[in-house]
Design a protein around this ligand. Structure first.
Ligand SMILES: Nc1ncnc2c1ncn2[C@@H]1O[C@H](COP(=O)(O)OP(=O)(O)OP(=O)(O)O)[C@@H](O)[C@H]1O
Ligand SMILES: [Mg+2]
Length: 499
């Protein structure tokens, strides 16, 4: 709920607020299972929506979907509200858009192989460092040749093509062993078997579709249905990382704003860092640090703060800590660490309070007007205005069909890209090879001997592009090639910041 342009989170000794001006300083919602993390997330998301700030949520259990309906009063909510002294509470629905990588429980979300980039793709495919190096070369070759890597079959044929031409590429790009290329191809196959191919293709997500408000000026709550996706934790976490990097790359610098441009909530955030290579963790840290100045607030939701790397944790300034258990020595250590991250309140011992909190109660500390952490407050979190229970499939499908984005992403478009271009190139190559094998006729006068075309394929590719451009100077395909290739070069130049 919004009071005085601030987000009311709940009440302790006094009312506890999150200041929208500080909302891009990121946050953490932690706590053991069933302690109220998801409800706290809903409370925050509702308030951002009311402020006209679009929100993205990953719905891992399917229990956030109720945000599209008004909640209902019951005895326990009545008690909670009256204890808080909130008198003007109203139940209401929020503008929601559903998304789903599998395209069943929401608008499909896709990206292209080239947008995901070799680093995240390597993580997704579980590649070794050497194999990742080879994948980088494959991307470079595709870039240089203007071959579009859109879906899995583009990458598959690009890998095949590279495997057939390792010698030709060695001088310019370095060694690609057939073992590494084979391993990447096998990993790709495994990902396809997991349903990963749905994730890659066009129309790919325009991130700005997630940054919209409804006609009444309320920020859309974009709910990514992750129930199925979550069964493949690596796919889920890579997808989330891609989103972060995409936002980072696409948004301009914004400086200090009265409220964020968008807020992201990542549930089960520990998955982002499970077995993540050091270099990837460093990139996440950098992106989290820098995305703040683009007006994006990132909120991680996880069971214990110790699930996240210290360097990331240090950047999460608005904190809501629900109850933690402290039975094992490791749990006790985690509780101590969580307690130490708060500015103490002389009224209670933080460490004792963490294990003593009830459901829907939390230790809260947000940044004040000057950006300093407020003293920790033991807070009863307010209840959401929307429904806390999941919706049925009919209601979900109705909302999907009523959305003004309905139809934009629903059908896959398979345009000409590396797969088709490489087929053509291979045919041209085969013709050239056959021509070279023809017996040379006896000559009475000297003739220049036949020279087979170069096998590095700069030439055929250029021919293809030229043909397209000549046939129609405004050919959108040719334009897109220019854009895509340019984009990947720019991304490459960004070095550090590029995933
Ligand atoms: N602020 C609140 N107001 C009213 N009820 C609440 C509140 N917080 C939690 N509850 C009650 O507690 C239940 C569990 O909360 P929630 O689903 O948010 O837990 P969680 O920490 O997300 O659990 P999990 O780790 O299993 O996802 C809710 O279904 C709701 O009934
Ligand atoms: Mg939850």
């Amino acid at each position: 709920m919004i009071y005085d342009n601030r987000i009311l989170l709940g009440k302790g000794e006094q009312q506890v607020f999150l200041n929208p001006r500080m909302a891009n300083r990121h946050g953490l919602i932690a706590g053991a299972t069933g302690t109220g993390k998801t409800i706290t997330l809903e409370v925050m998301a509702e308030a951002f929506s009311d402020l006209g700030v679009p929100v993205f949520l990953a719905d891992v259990k399917g229990d956030i979907s109720g945000m599209c309906r008004a909640g209902q009063m019951n005895e326990s909510l009545q008690k909670r509200l009256s204890k808080m002294g909130v008198t003007d509470f109203v139940f209401k629905a929020f503008p929601v858009r559903f998304w789903d990588v599998y395209g069943q429980a929401g608008h499909p979300v896709r990206t292209t192989i080239s947008e995901m980039g070799p680093m995240l793709l390597s993580r997704l495919l579980g590649l070794t460092e050497v194999q990742e190096g080879v994948l980088n070369i494959v991307f470079r070759i595709a870039d240089d040749k203007g071959l579009l890597l859109i879906d899995m079959k583009d990458l598959r044929s690009m890998l095949q093509y590279c495997a057939q031409h390792t010698k030709d590429f060695m001088t310019d790009y370095g060694t690609m062993t057939s073992q590494s290329l084979g391993a990447i191809q096998r990993a790709l196959l495994a990902l396809e078997n997991e349903g990963g191919e749905l994730f890659f293709g066009e129309p790919n997500l325009d991130i700005f579709d997630w940054m919209q408000c409804d006609p009444a000026g309320k920020g859309y709550v974009n709910i990514l249905h992750c129930v199925k996706l979550f069964q493949h934790p690596l796919l889920y976490s890579t997808f989330i990382l891609w989103l972060l990097s995409e936002l980072f790359e696409q948004l301009p610098e914004a400086g200090d704003l009265e409220k964020p441009k968008m807020v992201f909530f990542f549930d089960e955030a520990h998955l982002l860092f499970n077995d993540a290579p050091k270099v990837l963790v460093q990139k996440v840290e950098q992106v989290v640090k820098l995305i703040r100045s683009k007006g994006v607030g990132v909120y991680f939701i996880t069971q214990s703060p110790s699930d996240l790397p210290q360097t990331v944790l240090a950047q999460l300034s608005n904190r809501v800590q629900h109850a933690l258990r402290a039975y094992t020595p490791a749990e006790q250590k985690a509780v101590r660490a969580a307690a130490q991250s708060f500015r103490p309140n002389p009224a209670f011992r933080t460490e004792d309070a963490i294990t003593d909190l009830g459901v829907g109660e939390a230790l809260v500390s947000c940044l004040d007007e000057e950006g300093k952490p407020q003293m920790v407050e033991r807070t009863k979190i307010i209840c959401p205005q929307s429904s806390m229970s999941a919706i049925d499939d009919n209601t979900r499908q109705t909302i999907i069909r009523q959305s003004n984005l309905y139809g934009k992403y629903d059908r896959t478009v398979d345009r000409q890209s590396a797969y088709e271009d490489l087929q053509q190139i291979t045919q041209e190559e085969e013709r050239a090879r056959q021509a070279a094998q023809q017996p040379v006729p006896r000559q009475t006068t000297w003739q220049r001997p036949y020279t087979p075309p170069r096998t590095t394929y700069t030439q055929p590719r250029r021919t293809t592009t030229t043909r397209r451009t000549t046939a129609n100077p405004l050919n959108s395909m040719a334009n897109t090639i220019g854009r895509e290739v340019g984009k990947s070069l720019v991304r490459g130049l960004m070095g550090l910041l590029k995933f």
